[in-house]
Design a protein around this ligand. Structure first.
Ligand code: SAH
Length: 290
């Protein structure tokens, strides 16, 4: 990629993180600052209202995702700098996938207008994990319990597979006012494979003013309020509670003594030194749009 400023339109698809401004990536802040038009779901636009002051904005309702994506593409095609906002990361149950579907349908090819920039954000899984300890230090997965766009039997199959393979599971969209059945069913399935005292964290509105954290376990977590703004982190068989923190060990304790020497029967790790592996050397070029 060359380093020439784009003359045509630019569509930046960005994630604004969980809610607080200090968790928005600087590259996203820059895209918003340079944007002519900022489009997003009403609630997320409220979260960034002080950053979009004086800019043209379009705030839409929750079910208007396709219209929002299409409008962003159309306006960027006219030569504008459009910023399309998702919460968390735009590529995790966010607008980035939908933008690609719209572009694909319209026959867009890489290199065509508008130029596409996808800028990452801190997803709910990372934000929620940081508030409860270190629950993701071994293999984990995300599953959305929303069956609006995915058939429920597919979701059940994934819950079952993740539970049987002992992944730490982060449930997105666990429930809403009308939709409560799915989280009950998910708990049933996971309980087939995990003990009732498996740690479970419920994090509502992480890094927002109404943040609420509840630590519970697999046998009891359904007693608490779970809604649209909650993420549910369910531990693996290795996850434990320590001083109120939820921790999934990486496994060092199995391999090393506390003084760093290797336990009997274990092979010490090899450090990936950059002089050996050139592909791990520090990135020298800035991304094109910076
Ligand atoms: N793109 C977003 C996810 C959108 S799906 C991301 O990467 O985080 C919406 C779901 O995400 C919610 O139902 C909830 O489960 C989770 N979520 C989003 N923001 C959250 C927050 N601040 N605190 C807790 N959960 C959150």
């Amino acid at each position: 990629m060359d380093n020439v400023e784009s003359k045509g339109g630019v569509l930046s698809v960005v994630g604004i993180g969980p809610g607080s401004h200090d968790l928005i990536a600087p590259a996203v802040l820059k895209a918003i600052e340079e944007g002519d038009l900022v489009i997003g779901y009403r609630t997320y636009m409220l979260l960034v209202r002080s950053l979009v002051k004086g800019k043209e904005t379009v705030k839409t309702g929750m079910t208007e995702e396709v219209g929002r994506a299409q409008m962003a593409i159309d306006e960027a095609k006219k030569g504008r700098r459009v910023v399309l906002i998702s919460s968390g990361d735009a590529g995790v149950y966010g607008m980035a996938g939908l933008v690609f579907e719209c572009l694909k349908n319209s026959g867009w090819r890489r290199g065509d207008d508008p130029e596409l920039r996808i800028i990452p954000g801190i997803s709910a899984i990372n934000a929620c994990a940081s508030l409860v300890g270190a629950p993701l230090c071994h293999d984990s997965c995300m599953i959305s319990l929303s069956d609006l766009l995915t058939p429920w039997d597919v979701i059940e199959k994934r819950i079952d597979a993740a539970a049987s393979a002992d992944f730490v599971i982060c449930l997105y969209n666990p429930a809403s006012g009308r939709r409560q059945r799915q989280i009950v069913r998910a708990a049933e399935i996971i309980s087939r494979y995990r003990s009732p005292d498996t740690p479970v964290a419920l994090v509502k509105s992480a890094y927002r003013t109404r943040e609420k954290i509840r630590m519970s376990d697999l046998a009891n977590f359904l007693e608490y309020e779970i809604g649209m703004l909650t993420s549910v982190l369910i531990g693996s068989s290795q996850t434990y509670m320590f001083e109120g923190y939820m921790v999934t060990p990486r496994g060092y304790a199995n391999k090393y003594h506390r003084d760093g020497t290797v336990r009997e029967g274990q092979v010490p790790g090899i450090s990936l030194r950059p002089e050996i592996l050139p592909q791990f050397q520090e990135r020298k070029e800035e991304p094109k749009w910076q």
